[in-house]
Design a protein around this ligand. Structure first.
Ligand code: DGL
Length: 277
């Protein structure tokens, strides 16, 4: 377990997906300490109700705060869509006014809005994220001229969680959902993977997406935005410790976590099992 005296950057996801974000964070900001928490025992979140995702996410954020994190990134679109605002507005003042919780949707929206030329953008995400309309609402605030076309991909997380991302089954579901997205507008020129699990399906998604359409993955976007955030907030930056440690926690059995986690993270992972509820 991490030392009680460190103040790592907390990275939270319902399961494995946030590791695709952590992977880019450690590339961009390698000197910081990181504490990853995957709530694998209760994933997937994508099909759960608003209240359940909020409650599960809050429990995990509290756990990370208790471990010394001053800053927690919800590296999960579903949690960012359904829990971030309430945690920021309602819970943070009670949990520690100087602590921060950030999500992945805002930086992604900024990147999409800057890139699109046609003003027609596509979002591939879990049913929960699509239903929350978070991308639509955030884009309307920042780029009112942009039209958003969303496609829920309920099978993609289970495929990836089960290591089936290269299987013929994955082809079937990737083709089906990408087609359904493109049918909504012939002018889509930018597509965002609005779920941190989906980067593992990138080769297949790219296969069904015409070459002129840009495909955005969130890892790099979030890592760049974190670097800017820390530059703008030196008081937070000063509170974070930098010994380059990476600690992995899961609410499941680590034997079930470590191998798939290593695929998502791109390096060997050895996790501790914890309970947040
Ligand atoms: N990785 C999560 C996201 O970015 C979703 C996974 C889940 O459904 O739990 O939305």
């Amino acid at each position: 377990m991490p030392t009680p005296y460190s103040s790592p950057i907390g990275v939270f996801d319902s399961g494995f997906g946030g590791l695709t974000v952590l992977r880019e964070l450690v590339k961009t900001l390698p000197e910081y300490d990181y504490l990853y928490l995957g709530d694998n025992a209760r994933s997937p979140y994508g099909t759960r109700s608003f209240d359940t995702v909020y409650r599960f996410t809050l429990e995990s954020v509290e756990y990370l705060f208790d471990q010394g994190c001053e800053l927690v990134i919800l590296a999960c679109n579903t949690a960012s869509a359904k829990a971030l605002r309430t945690i920021q507005q309602h819970d943070l003042p009670l949990l520690g006014a100087q602590k921060r919780v950030l999500g992945v949707i805002r930086p992604s929206v900024e990147a999409i809005g800057e890139l699109t030329k046609t003003g027609h953008v596509g979002v591939l995400a879990t049913p929960g994220t699509v239903k929350s309309e978070s991308y639509v609402l955030e884009l309307a605030k920042l780029y009112p001229h942009v039209r958003v076309f969303q496609q829920a991909c309920p099978m993609w997380v289970p495929l990836v969680e089960n290591g089936e991302q290269d299987s013929p089954g994955a082809d079937y579901f990737v083709e089906r959902h990408v087609k359904a997205l493109l049918e909504q507008s012939p002018d889509i020129d930018t597509v965002i993977l609005g779920c941190t699990h989906y980067p593992l399906l990138t080769p297949k998604i790219r296969q069904y997406l015409p070459a002129h359409i840009s495909l955005l993955c969130q890892g790099r976007i979030v890592a760049d935005s974190m670097r800017e955030y820390l530059g703008r907030h030196p008081e937070m930056d000063a509170r974070l410790t930098r010994s380059g440690s990476r600690t992995f926690l899961t609410t499941e059995n680590p034997e079930l976590f470590n191998r798939p986690a290593s695929v998502f993270f791109g390096e060997e992972v050895s996790a501790y099992c914890i309970s947040v509820s």
